[in-house]
Design a protein around this ligand. Structure first.
Ligand code: SF4
Ligand code: SF4
Ligand code: SF4
Length: 275
């Protein structure tokens, strides 16, 4: 069964059914943001009533976009981490919430893959920071790293921003102690279902075949190539895709596109070469 079908079925269930397994004792949940644009948190707020239903079904210990009460530091069932540990303070916070929580999930591309900030790693960090700060003495300028370099990550909500419906689908499973796996299906499946003409046919380089679907192919549907914000598919044929793309873009263009969402280091691992 495809993820889309499963989500459709799930939508037809009443709220009380979806969250019934943890109605008696509300799980403690925190949504923590490191350095980020906060777009993934806003994607959750965009769910409107559905997000409020979810919030009521749990004890929201920390979510700074909707409350400003002090986090008391209690134990957590689930922490969702958005953004990068760009500063030492971020790194300390990340390690602290990991210790407090049974489950830790990465919320979005920045946390999971380094995201847009990871471009700095490839562009000589010192020069990049000079664009932002006039005086750089005393400014932390750490290398950008995915959160799994610092802590164990139990699940990843991929995307930039995340797919909020996917969030609603997997959260109850995580809270029931399951370890869900997002189906390994490329963006192309959703793209073709929408009746889109494949961009590759017009020599427009699109990463879709090697990227994990689940975003409803929003970019190719808007005539934009997929740039890989949901990350590489585990079973994607990366080498074949690289060969195909070499016929329609230069190595430099490939390199630049792979840096947008922190895909470059993962591609280099799979290809076994520096790009
Ligand atoms: S993944 Fe995208 S939307 Fe989410 S925090 Fe990072 S830049 Fe913002
Ligand atoms: S446009 Fe991109 S995502 Fe759509 S079918 Fe072609 S390669 Fe796949
Ligand atoms: S089409 Fe590609 S870049 Fe666009 S949202 Fe989906 S995975 Fe991300």
């Amino acid at each position: 069964m495809t993820l889309k079908k499963v989500i459709k079925e799930e939508k037809t269930k009443k709220k009380s059914e979806t969250f019934k397994n943890f109605q008696n004792k509300k799980p403690k949940v925190a949504i923590v943001s490191l350095t980020s644009c906060e777009g993934c948190q806003f994607a959750l707020l965009d769910l409107g009533q559905k997000f409020l239903d979810f919030s009521e079904s749990v004890e929201m210990v920390d979510f700074r976009l909707i409350e400003d009460e002090e986090d008391t530091g209690e134990k957590l069932d689930l922490v969702l981490v958005e953004g990068n540990p760009v500063t030492k303070e971020n790194e300390t916070l990340l390690k602290k919430v990991r210790k407090r929580s049974k489950i830790l999930a990465a919320l979005g591309n920045c946390a999971a893959m380094g995201g847009v900030p990871e471009i700095k790693n490839y562009q000589e960090g010192r020069n990049t920071i000079k664009h932002v700060y006039k005086y750089i003495q005393g400014i932390n300028n750490l290398e950008i790293k995915e959160i799994d370099n610092f802590v164990k990550v139990d699940f990843v909500f991929p995307g930039c921003p995340i797919n909020a419906e996917e969030f609603l689908f997997y959260i109850p499973r995580l809270l029931r102690g399951e370890t869900p796996v997002i189906p390994d299906s490329p963006v192309c499946v959703e793209c073709r279902k929408k009746g889109n003409r494949c961009l590759l046919l017009d020599k427009i380089p699109c990463f879709g075949p090697m990227i994990l679907g689940g975003c409803d192919a929003v970019c190719p549907t808007a005539k934009m190539p997929c740039q890989g914000c949901r990350g590489l598919r585990p079973a994607g044929n990366i080498k074949a895709m690289r060969t195909t793309l070499q016929k329609m873009m230069t190595d430099e263009e490939f390199e630049n596109m792979s840096e947008i969402y922190g895909l470059r280091d993962d591609l280099e691992d799979k290809l076994g070469e520096t790009i």
